[in-house]
Structure formats: structure tokens, C-alpha cells
Design a protein around this ligand. Structure first.
Ligand code: C2O
Ligand code: CU
Length: 506
């Protein structure tokens, strides 16, 4: 959508037309000519990419008969995909058409602090009826996203989220013939049985080096199988009962099939916009090659059968379309497929085929885990002091909705006081019984170790899932972006409960 359509290559055109079917792209295609729909994006006179977003309430049909009140950017759930080139100047005019304040956070983008969208920290919330202008250079390249940062337990949960794709300026090391962006989300509609909450580490065993070895696999299976029913008793009952799972705002069978052609390499950009749920994505009949973690490239793709994605995480995966037919892409987490998390991948010429779904069984599958990836070091080198912080994540005891870092609730949590250029090492230990996808604003980090296992080639991410029951993550970043940055659990209920601190880079 936010592409300069006059310069569309055939490859891009394919990607666009593929996405247009999903409603994820604001382009209309006629006779092979792409025209931007009025209003969303224009390259300004000054070479600034100008994008207009309006947040407002609407009714949204998740699936036939499942109509809810939602909040959306430009009348769609998820909001329109913004696609820009790395380094491009982006100006977003956010009009607040809601009856309450809002802001936008550019998740995974190294924006100037004042553009970061955190109410009360980097800006005043945008009042109803007013417009706020965000302006920043789009970097780094990768699958980023944008979402509200105001009362996310409500606004994010109701749909104020969307992809932000920053295309690299250098030729893509992983060329593809087609691509789709898939935004995964969890919903409370009251119109179906609740899905068991993600409690035990679905990502269990991420610390291990090998997918099939050691306890990782066992823990994961245990985690996935053992969660029904138990979760509610063991932990907070304040988590809403999610009953519907969507892909690009729709629950199966309302999801728009992904069309492919035999022989194509297809990129899927997976974004978990869920408030609470980890998803485990699998495509029947195909392996997934993981190429990027939170938008950042791996040295080489990692082949897996299934990919757990914690809230706020993104993965780019490559699918080689070499098995013509109709196949279901589904989530393996208990109850998720039935709750709507399925989309069909249909090869050209196989439109009428009965779709094959993946086995529900988990035995013998290769699951993605952090330890399998070798990250490319794309972060700026440190020039200052090394600082080390130990941060204990706790809370949720006896159903409480208090969530703490080193025993304190934001805003009483101790900030990390940093200087530009510092090498910052953070060691998280999770003393609670729920996972915490911890997200740092303003700069990405390296994942140095998980559950005691060190990585020789750390992944680069901006959100990392710290597993329940003493899960541990060591990460490091170069404090290169000055300002006050939120560092928090991405589950809105946990944020609300206080699991936030500030990284202050002077
Ligand atoms: Cu995607 Cu502070 O969040
Ligand atoms: Cu949390």
C-alpha cells in the first residue's frame, strides 16, 4: 500500500496482489495496474512518505455471525499495512476518532524518543477529535508493527494494531516470488467456549541447542497438553477469557485463502498481536524456514515444522511451494484451531481441493526455539561502560493482578540509568507462573542466553519470551538511542499490573 506503485516490480506486484485479497493492502488492482486508494499514503513533495491513520470504533465481523465492537485504524482489523523503504522519512497523521485518548507506538523501530507513543512518558495522549503527527526515519529494516499504547488491555485487544514493513535498501538476501503478512490475534467475544490460556511455557525448551534433544521437547509437550483447566486455578483469574483466534482479523472459515503457485518461494511475515496467547504455527505438508526474528535476519534459515510465537514477537518464514494442493495453516496450541486460527494455502489449479489439515499430534515435530537460530550482529557497537542488571519478574500470586520487577510496580520500579554507548546486560528471571514477553522500546537487543544455555551467535530481537517457573533470559543491548524508553511485559494485563521499567539513556 504505502508503496510507490509506479516503481513496482513484478515481484512486488505479485506480493501486493496476493495481499490485496487478504484486505491487508490498500491498493486496487485493475488489469495489472496498481493504483493507491486515495488518502492513505502519498510521497510528499519533500520526499516524506505521508500516511493518514484514523482510529475509530466500528463493528467488525470476525466470522459469519460473530460481530463485535472493535477499534481500528482506517476501518479495518488489523489496520492497513504500512510498507516503506529503510531510511525513508515517514510522517503519520494520526486522527483520533475515538471517544477516548490514544497514541501509537512503532514497535521495533528506532524512533526518536518523542515519537515513541508512550502516554505520560514521551507524549501527552492524543485527545478525541485531535490529530498528532508522528515523524521518523524508518529503520531498521524488517517486520515491525504499530499499535496503540493507551490502555492496551482495551484498545490493543479491540484491534488497534497493524504491520509496518520496512524493506531493506540492499537487495534482499532471501528473494521471494510472493509474500503475505499474517497478524495473529486473540479476542473476547463471549460467543464461544474460552480457549485455554497460555500458561506453561509453550516455548518450553527454547534454551536448548537442539530441537529434538534434551528436555525441551518434553517440557513443551507437557506445557501444551497440560494447560487445559489448570491455568485458571493456578494463576490470575483476571485474564479475560479469549474465545476467538484470528488471522488478519478473521476467524476460519472467514479467513481469506493464501494463493500460491507451484515453484514459488513464499514469505510469511507472522506477527503476534495477541494480548495473552502464544501461537504455534504449522502449515500442513510443508516445512517453515525461519529467516528473521522480530524482523532481524538470521545467518541462515532454520527449518522447522512448527513455530511458537509469543505476544509481540514476529517471525519471517519462507515456504517453498513444492507440494501442489490445498493445505491448512493452523495453530497447534490447544483450542486455537477450533477458535478460528486457520487459513488455507491453495495452489493455483487446486481451488476446489479438500484442504489437508496438519495432524494434531505433536510427537516428532521440530519446533522453533531460540537456540536454533544464529543471529547476524546488526547492532551498533558499544563505546561506553558495561552495566549489568538483575531483574526478577514476579506476580500473579493467588490470582492477584499485581505484577512486579524486583518487587516493585511501575512507576515505582527502578529505572536503568544509562549513558549513550553503554553496553547493557540484563538478566531476567521469571519467578511467576506465566510467561512474560519482555519488550524494549527504542533499540533492539541480543539474546545471549536462555535458561542457562549461552548462544554463540545471539539472535537479535526486541521482544523475548521469559518462560514461567524460573525461566531465565540474558540479553544485551547498546544504549544508542537517547531518551526514556519503556521496557515491559507485552501482555497488557501484566503491564497494567506494573511490569514496566524505564531504560533512561542520557
Ligand atoms: Cu509493542 Cu510498549 O509495546
Ligand atoms: Cu507478563
Amino acid at each position: 500500500m504505502a508503496m510507490d506503485t509506479t516503481r513496482l516490480s513484478r515481484r512486488q506486484l505479485l506480493a501486493v496482489s496476493a495481499q490485496a485479497g487478504l484486505g491487508a493492502v490498500v491498493l486496487s488492482l485493475g488489469a495489472g495496474v496498481a493504483r493507491p486508494r486515495a488518502g492513505l499514503a502519498q510521497a510528499g513533495r519533500s520526499g516524506v512518505r505521508e500516511i493518514r491513520l484514523e482510529a475509530r470504533e466500528l463493528t467488525w465481523e470476525l466470522a459469519p455471525g460473530k460481530v463485535i465492537k472493535a477499534m481500528a485504524y482506517n476501518g479495518r482489523v488489523p489496520g492497513p499495512e504500512i510498507r516503506v523503504k529503510e531510511g525513508e522519512r515517514v510522517r503519520v497523521l494520526l486522527k483520533n476518532g475515538l471517544a477516548e485518548p490514544t497514541t501509537i507506538h512503532w514497535h521495533g523501530v528506532d524512533v526518536p524518543n518523542a515519537m515513541d507513543g508512550v502516554p505520560g512518558v514521551t507524549q501527552k495522549p492524543v485527545p478525541p477529535g485531535e490529530t498528532f503527527v508522528y515523524e521518523f526515519d524508518a529503520r531498521p529494516a524488517g517486520t515491525r508493527w504499530y499499535h496503540t499504547h493507551f490502555q492496551e488491555h482495551k484498545q490493543l485487544d479491540l484491534g488497534l494494531a497493524a504491520p509496518l514493513i520496512i524493506e531493506p535498501t540492499r537487495p534482499d538476501p532471501v528473494p521471494v516470488e510472493r509474500e503475505y503478512t499474517l497478524v495473529l490475534d486473540d479476542w473476547v467475544t463471549g460467543m464461544g467456549p474460552p480457549v485455554p490460556p497460555t500458561r506453561e511455557g509453550i516455548a518450553g525448551g527454547r534454551g536448548g541447542q537442539g530441537g529434538m534433544m534434551g528436555g525441551g521437547m518434553g517440557r513443551m509437550m507437557e506445557g501444551m497438553m497440560g494447560r487445559g483447566g489448570m491455568g485458571g486455578m493456578m494463576s490470575g483469574d483476571h485474564t479475560p477469557a479469549y474465545d476467538t483466534m484470528t488471522i488478519n482479523g478473521k476467524a476460519y472459515p472467514a479467513t481469506e485463502p493464501l494463493r500460491v503457485r507451484k515453484g514459488e518461494r513464499v514469505r510469511l511475515r507472522l506477527i503476534n498481536a495477541s494480548a495473552d496467547h502464544t501461537h504455534v504455527v504449522r502449515l500442513a505438508g510443508h516445512r517453515l524456514q525461519v529467516t528473521h526474528t522480530d524482523g532481524n535476519p538470521l545467518e541462515q534459515p532454520v527449518d522447522v515444522d512448527a513455530l511458537p510465537i509469543a505476544p509481540a514477537e514476529r517471525y519471517d518464514v519462507l515456504v517453498v511451494a513444492d507440494r501442489p494442493g490445498a493445505w491448512a495453516l493452523t495453530c497447534l496450541a490447544p483450542g486455537h484451531r477450533v477458535a478460528g486460527e486457520q487459513v488455507l494455502v491453495v495452489y493455483e489449479g487446486h481451488e476446489g481441493d479438500a484442504a489437508k489439515t496438519p495432524d494434531e499430534g505433536l510427537a516428532g515435530l521440530d519446533f522453533w526455539q531460540y537456540g536454533l537460530g544464529r543471529g547476524r550482529d546488526v547492532l551498533p557497537p558499544p563505546s561506553g561502560r558495561e552495566r549489568v542488571y538483575d531483574l526478577a519478574l514476579s506476580g500473579g500470586m493467588m490470582g492477584s493482578d499485581v505484577w512486579t520487577i524486583n518487587g516493585k510496580q511501575y512507576p515505582r520500579t527502578d529505572p536503568l540509568r544509562l549513558r549513550r554507548g553503554d553496553l547493557v546486560r540484563v538478566r531476567f528471571v521469571n519467578h511467576s507462573m506465566e510467561g512474560h514477553p519482555m519488550h524494549l522500546h527504542g533499540q533492539s537487543f541480543k539474546v545471549l542466553a536462555v535458561n542457562g544455555v549461552r548462544y554463540a551467535r545471539p539472535l537479535v530481537k526486541d521482544s523475548v519470551d521469559v518462560e514461567p517457573h524460573m525461566g531465565a533470559v540474558v540479553l544485551a543491548f547498546t544504549a544508542h538511542n537517547p531518551g526514556d524508553w519503556f521496557f515491559h511485559c507485552h501482555k497488557p494485563m501484566h503491564m497494567e499490573g506494573g511490569m514496566i521499567l524505564l531504560a533512561q539513556v542520557a
